[in-house]
Write a protein that binds this ligand. Structure first.
Ligand code: ADP
Length: 274
């Protein structure tokens, strides 16, 4: 399922004195099965863009095409319901959205809402728990008795329970320690790799973008500034620094070394070990 943005513009509070244009002239294609990182400074439009992926927001002008479905201004929410299943969004701090009495009920909530029989949903919940690295005895516990990291895994299992074709991760490791961060990132990479799950990662961690994504979209002031492979994006670190983005240490080290030696070094630091 490819995702295409055509001339997308989004204005919050359009036609009011508080109108604010958050996106303009956005033209991108996200290919089915790819792993795309979206980076950009705070306020560059990343969050607005990702909410267009499952119809939570609709373009003020232009069109977002997700598989067979086109999202344009004025689409009714009912028409967009199937999209919510196909595109799962793991929002920042997803554990804040847990609400059921038990972990099992929380994970089963989405599928049962879409008509999956209870037993099937429970079986799925058990499988997902192991996938996100939690023991089965957690199922009967209250999500609120778990640690922050465990709660996040439960919330992620809840999104995966819908068996989305596309998963959108908005800073999925925010607030986690380095070990928890690596575990979560590796888990999503395995999922992407094994299930060919289209993965869209919004992150501040340039190292993660460089390590996991095969394509990057750099947002700046509400529009796409540059797209390309991590190698292409990090080829000109000074340009990234100028628009206020961090550059991985490894890239800066390579640049320094190249200047000193006067030769171009290939980018092994950006080559993903698969
Ligand atoms: P990012 O995710 O890159 O930080 P956002 O998409 O959240 O960027 O914001 C893009 C722009 O839209 C910013 O100028 C922000 O202030 C504005 N904005 C975001 N959400 C709203 C909203 N609900 N109402 C009005 N303006 C908003």
């Amino acid at each position: 399922m490819d995702i295409i943005f055509q001339q997308v513009e989004h204005v919050y509070h359009a036609n009011s004195p508080f109108a604010r244009r958050a996106l303009y002239d956005v033209n991108i294609t996200i290919e089915s099965g790819s792993y795309v990182a979206i980076i950009g400074h705070t306020g560059s439009g990343k969050s607005t863009l990702l909410q267009h992926l499952n119809g939570l927001l609709q373009p003020t002008n232009g069109k977002v095409i997700v598989g067979e479905q086109a999202i344009t201004s004025g689409k009714r929410q009912k028409q967009l319901k199937p999209l919510r299943k196909k595109v799962g969004i793991v929002f920042q701090f997803p554990e804040h959205q847990l609400f059921e009495e038990t972990v099992e009920k929380d994970i089963c909530f989405g599928p049962m809402n879409f008509g999956v029989p209870e037993e099937e949903a429970k079986q799925k919940a058990r499988e997902l728990l192991s996938l996100v690295g939690l023991p089965e005895e957690v199922l009967t516990k209250s999500p609120f008795d778990l640690s922050g990291g465990q709660m996040r895994r439960v919330a992620i299992a809840g999104v995966l329970a819908m068996e989305p074709e596309v998963i959108v991760l908005d800073e999925p490791t925010a607030g986690l320690d380095p070990r928890g961060r690596t575990e979560i990132m590796e888990m999503f990479y395995r999922l992407h790799h094994e299930k060919k799950l289209t993965t869209i990662l919004v992150t501040h961690h340039m190292e993660d973008a460089a390590k996991y994504a095969d394509h990057m979209i750099v947002m700046h002031k509400g529009t796409v500034w540059k797209t390309g492979t991590p190698q292409q994006i990090f080829h000109d670190p000074d340009a990234l620094l100028q628009i206020g983005l961090d550059v991985p240490e490894t890239v800066l080290f390579k640049q320094k070394l190249e200047k000193k030696l006067g030769v171009e070094i290939p980018s092994p630091c950006l080559t993903l070990e698969q």
